[in-house]
Design a protein around this ligand. Structure first.
Ligand code: COA
Length: 179
């Protein structure tokens, strides 16, 4: 099976992605979740995968957002890549789309030499999915900006993908909104 992957500008492609996000995370459901009140950063790039043209329901099947950010880790500036908004349409799950999109996102980050590691945040029930794909738990503390100021960001589990650094502990400051 050949899968066509698009990597597009984050803002320009948002209109294409919004219906998938609304379907996977409906507003009335998200509102009641522990992370429902969080203000999130917008993706810089987006990996998009369409369902095959001859599938019963063509259109966008999978999305992964890519973020670029200079954060601090134990007080030192580090360029990292972020992953967020990983979602596959319900009827398209289990076909490897999220795995392919994640790999494309990681490869895109690797093309930026300054990036030392990748970082994502997930709900506990999804940790195993990422760990099976080479991601590791970051056991330290994470801080981020929110409208009310700098806050401890512990609504989700931080996971890292090692490039030239292997962060497992310490203090990460996202120096901006989380993703
Ligand atoms: C998690 C998600 C993105 C996976 O998408 P997908 O396109 O079906 O993923 P893939 O086809 O690449 O991989 C599916 C495999 O991951 C496994 N998997 C899916 N969710 C999992 C989880 N929460 N924990 C462990 N394994 C999981 C499947 O069992 C399947 O295993 P198999 O290949 O051995 O059969 C999709 O289920 C989804 O959109 N969920 C709702 C939104 C969400 O929670 N996103 C993650 C945000 S951090």
């Amino acid at each position: 099976m050949s899968i066509e992957i698009d990597i597009l500008n984050g803002d320009a492609s948002w209109k294409q992605v919004a219906p998938l996000m609304d379907a996977v995370w409906p507003r009335h459901v998200v509102e009641k979740l522990p992370w429902g009140h969080i203000e999130w950063a917008h993706a810089d790039l987006r990996v998009l995968i369409d369902a095959p043209w001859d599938s019963p329901q063509p259109g966008l099947a999978c999305h992964v957002g890519i973020f670029f950010r200079t954060i601090t880790w134990d007080g030192r500036k580090v360029d990292v890549g972020g992953i967020g908004g990983v979602a596959t349409r319900e009827d398209c799950r289990g076909h490897g789309y999220a795995t392919v999109a994640l790999n494309a996102a990681v490869q895109t980050m690797r093309d930026h030499e300054a990036i030392r590691f990748a970082l994502l945040f997930c709900e506990p029930h999804n940790e195993a999915f990422y760990q099976a794909r080479g991601w590791h738990r970051f056991e330290g503390e994470v801080y981020a900006e929110q409208p009310e100021g700098r806050v401890r960001f512990d609504a989700m589990a931080p996971l890292v993908f090692d490039f030239t650094r292997k962060p497992r502990d310490g203090v990460i400051d996202l120096c901006g909104l989380p993703w």
